[in-house]
Design a protein around this ligand. Structure first.
Ligand SMILES: Cc1ncc(COP(=O)(O)O)c(C=O)c1O
Length: 415
């Protein structure tokens, strides 16, 4: 019999890649109800659950003020409130060799929405996009929904997780529309040097592809390398940067992000991409007007020491996390994180018994120890693990202690 429903095109749903949210939800179902110990979540980059990671009172007051003013109860223009776009442009311009204008900024419902928007705009029949491995799986998932072919380039774990640029050149062809760079790195915690970023920009220029720079962790860096926004190289090649309040202000639930076009030569405008973003923005969902109303005050008044205090907390957490990992012989840490909120470790499966792979490790860990961490295969690296250190020190230490106990219990070594 003819299948009348075939026309519904559910292909994308079947092919859609696993997302972080989905796998963590599945893992939570594995938690034992009878474990009296609290669940420890080292699986996501959301520190807002911990009181030490609370946003600045400036942000809370700004939202309060915006609410009480009753000025932000209506619909905002599609690209965002002009004053919010201006405020983001000024904030980003401080770190750039030229000024961005209100027209260069599009307000989005978090960076997740910015990803959806830019990938939808770039997708066309036969097009492909170059994504980092390991990376952030929302890119793969959205690409799948808009029929954008994904090609992965590698990052070198032993070389500060730098991009294999020869690999990028080898992957690209006439149908390649863009490459994605995540800096500071999720999942690796890497922070790229000025020199590496310049080489990336030159590669993108040579290939004639859009450079998408995911900067959701912006200046949350605590290692030797300073954060350099990719927009600094906007005159080498046009850069589409994605930003958010989620991490820097510790408020992922507020859902405010942006797309910034760093393109002093007007290439994106001439090629029609800017117009296409405007058109798509007209039909896609908005960030709430209330938070948009608060953002100018938040950006202007957030004290410098709020950010430097978060950086101190993250550095302490990263240090504690790394020194405990180094005491677990079953895990290999190629590089200490220099920024962001997580690190990648390689699983030494040869030393473990009854553990098939990273997925099996994480599910059994959840079941036996009530600790959630992310399997590397979700991020493109099989038999690696992502450990998020965006937690308070006590939880982090207890979580790693339980991971060690789990490994020892499953060890095939004589201990
Ligand atoms: C690399 C990366 N890009 C984008 C996002 C999405 O950010 P948002 O919470 O603002 O939607 C995240 C969130 O964890 C992320 O780590």
């Amino acid at each position: 019999m003819e299948n009348k429903f075939a026309k519904w095109g559910l292909k994308n749903q079947k092919e859609a890649k696993v997302t972080i949210r989905e796998i963590l939800e599945k893992m939570k179902k594995e938690l034992k109800n009878d474990d009296e110990r609290p669940m420890i979540h080292l699986g996501h980059g959301d520190p807002s659950a911990y009181s030490s990671f609370r946003t600045t009172p400036v942000a809370e007051e700004a939202v309060n003020g915006a609410l009480r003013s009753a000025k932000f109860n209506g619909y905002a223009p599609a690209a965002g409130l002009p004053e919010s776009r201006r405020a983001v442009a000024e904030f980003l311009s401080k770190d750039l060799p030229y000024n961005l204008s209100e027209e260069d900024i599009f307000i989005t419902a978090g960076a997740a929405h910015a990803i959806e928007l830019i990938l939808t705009v770039l997708a066309q029949p036969g097009a492909n996009i170059l994504l980092p491995r390991p990376g952030y799986p929302s890119y793969e998932a959205h690409s799948s929904f808009v029929d954008l072919e994904v090609r992965h380039f590698d990052l070198f774990p032993e070389k500060d997780w730098e991009i294999d640029l020869d690999g990028v050149e080898a992957l690209a062809d006439v149908n390649t529309v863009a490459m994605v760079v995540i800096n500071p790195g999720n999942p690796s915690g890497s922070v790229f040097t000025w020199e590496h970023l310049r080489k990336i920009a030159e590669t993108a220029k040579r290939l004639g592809i859009v450079l998408i720079s995911d900067e959701v962790y912006y200046d949350l860096v605590f290692g030797g390398n300073k954060f350099v926004p990719m927009g600094v190289f906007g005159s080498v090649t046009p850069v589409v940067s994605l930003g958010t309040m989620s991490k820097r202000w510790l408020v992922p639930g507020w859902r405010l992000g942006w797309i910034a076009l760093s393109d002093p030569n007007g290439i994106l405008e001439k090629s029609g991409i800017t117009e296409c973003i405007k058109n798509y923005r007209n039909i896609s969902a908005d960030s709430t007007t209330l938070i948009q109303g608060a953002i100018p005050e938040i950006l202007e008044k957030t004290p410098k020491d709020f950010i430097s205090n978060i950086v101190v907390l993250l550095r302490e957490a990263a240090d504690a996390c790394c020194s405990q990992i180094m005491e677990i012989p079953f895990l290999y840490l190629p590089q200490k994180p220099q920024g962001a909120m997580s690190t990648m470790v390689k699983l030494n499966l040869d030393m473990l018994e009854g553990i098939e792979d990273d997925m099996d490790f994480c599910f059994k860990l959840a079941k036996e120890e009530s600790v959630l961490i992310l399997p590397g295969s979700v991020l493109g690296l099989k038999n690696w693990l992502r450990i998020s250190f965006a937690a308070d020190l006590a939880s982090l230490e207890e979580g790693l202690h339980r991971i060690k106990a789990f490994c020892c219990r499953h060890s095939n070594m004589i201990m």
